[in-house]
Design a protein around this ligand. Structure first.
Ligand code: LLP
Length: 428
């Protein structure tokens, strides 16, 4: 179990704020994000990656948690932005992010999204497949600057994570297969395209990884490719993008990845490889998402019904559930939580935390040790900063929670709660 701060009232403190007071002020359910912790992670990226390696670049995978405020935080922190849709580009532009610092991903970018990104001047396109090249060809040459492209390859390595968030296997919907003929045909085609500049290659092996072995295995394959295409096509890769995937702590068995343990061995390999061939060092990108903001978020809920089934279990129902946190039902994700108003109480009871949706599977946490729980208590679930707000839905017409930012005892509303009017606003 993680450590957390408790004040003299026995209340959980997060980002210097009394979470019970936050629940009163903003109502529940509410996502609370600790800006200070996000800044700390951004600083670590600077100190272990960007500063020691002048050829290093980092972009934040905004799918993890994108708000305009978050876009500004990461930009101020010295990172660019990984975007995956017209919607993410739109929001990032609205936040004032320089489009040339955006890296555009996606396995099925639409013609409209490609046009939008090209017209906005998005800095890098990570091309996923041959069809995307056809679409890109239509845009190429229209803008003043060339469209800069990296090809996403499928390295064919298995990463040790949930199948739904493992992306580097040969059987993957993402990326270009390394089968020589197909691969060379695509590379050659990009090299020959007018208005398009091929910069290099990209991989992303998976998400929520605690060990660096899949990254290193994928990197070996990538560097092998760099050698081969230099030899066969005369193409020198000037940029390599190593994806994201650095894991965080949710529950027992997890650990927060040490970024240095991932980036140092990779940078060493890359820089040695380029030195040995007397080639100029390439720009090397990483794309962390979860690692930057996952542990910086908690969700506060109010406990409603407490139902004891003698000899079986106690269900503690909260005022949210799978619409604000679909991860347990999607990935069997595990969480830790504490009663925010009884944070110092001994945890003698084991309960299951149920959401309020009309689905038996809407269980947020099984077997949670808690203090003496009653209706009206505030439950704080930890590590909900990444892939929660961004994956939230309106299932059962629940209102999506607000986002409150906290920092050293100060709090402010960053995203307001959805309203019933919002729910029907699009209906004609
Ligand atoms: N780069 C690419 C190309 C990606 O596809 C992803 C995540 C990232 C970077 C950032 O990965 P991260 O550093 O956050 O692990 N919804 C799932 C996670 C899906 C990840 C999708 N791609 C979850 O809640 O676990």
């Amino acid at each position: 179990m993680r450590e957390y701060e408790v004040n003299e009232k026995g209340h959980l403190v997060f980002g210097g704020c009394d979470t019970v007071r936050l629940a009163e002020k903003y109502a529940t359910p509410v996502y609370v994000m600790d800006e200070g912790l996000i800044r700390k992670r951004l600083e670590e990226i600077r100190t272990v990656f960007l500063q020691p390696y002048p050829n290093a670049r980092a972009v934040y995978a905004s799918k993890a948690f994108q708000t305009k405020e978050m876009c500004r935080l990461v930009t101020e922190g010295g990172l660019g932005l990984d975007v995956v849709s017209g919607g993410e580009i739109y929001a990032a532009l609205a936040a004032g992010v320089d489009p040339s610092c955006m890296v555009f991903h996606g396995n099925n970018k639409t013609p409209e999204e490609i046009r939008m990104a090209a017209e906005a001047g998005v800095g890098r396109f990570i091309v996923d497949n041959a069809y995307e090249l056809e679409l890109l060809e239509k845009q190429a040459g229209r803008g003043k600057a060339p469209i800069r492209v990296l090809l996403r390859i499928t390295p064919g390595v298995d990463s040790h994570t949930h199948k739904f968030i493992s992306t580097g296997n040969i059987d993957s919907k993402f990326g270009i297969s390394l089968e020589k003929e197909e691969r060379d045909r695509i590379i050659k085609r990009v090299m020959d395209m007018e208005g398009v500049e091929l910069m290099g290659f990209h991989f992303h092996v998976g998400s929520q990884l605690h060990e660096n072995d899949s990254h290193l295995a994928a990197l070996d394959i990538l560097l092998g490719l760099v050698d081969e295409v230099k030899e066969s096509l005369g193409f020198e890769a000037r940029e390599l993008n190593l994806g994201g995937g650095f894991g965080i702590y949710y529950a027992k068995g997890d650990q927060t990845a040490r970024l240095k343990d991932f980036v140092d061995p990779m940078m060493e390999k890359i820089n040695r490889f380029y030195h040995e061939r007397s080639l100029p060092l390439p720009l090397v990108f990483i794309e962390p998402g979860r690692w930057i903001c996952g542990e910086a978020g908690i969700t506060l809920y109010t406990v409603g019904s407490v139902k004891n089934i003698p000899g079986i279990k106690t269900y503690v129902a909260v005022d949210g559930g799978m619409p604000d946190n679909p991860r347990p039902i999607l990935y069997q994700a595990k969480y830790e939580a504490v009663l925010a108003n009884k944070a110092a109480a001994p945890k003698k009871q084991i309960v299951s935390v149920a959401g309020k949706c009309c689905e038996s599977g809407d269980i947020l946490i099984e077997d949670l040790p808690v203090g003496p729980v009653e209706s009206g208590d505030i439950l704080a679930v930890f590590s909900t900063g990444a892939y929660h707000h961004s994956m939230a839905s309106n299932y059962n017409r629940l209102l999506r929670p607000p986002v409150v930012m906290v920092d050293e005892g100060k709090d402010h509303l960053s995203v307001r709660r959805e309203t019933y009017e919002d729910l029907i606003a699009r209906e004609l």
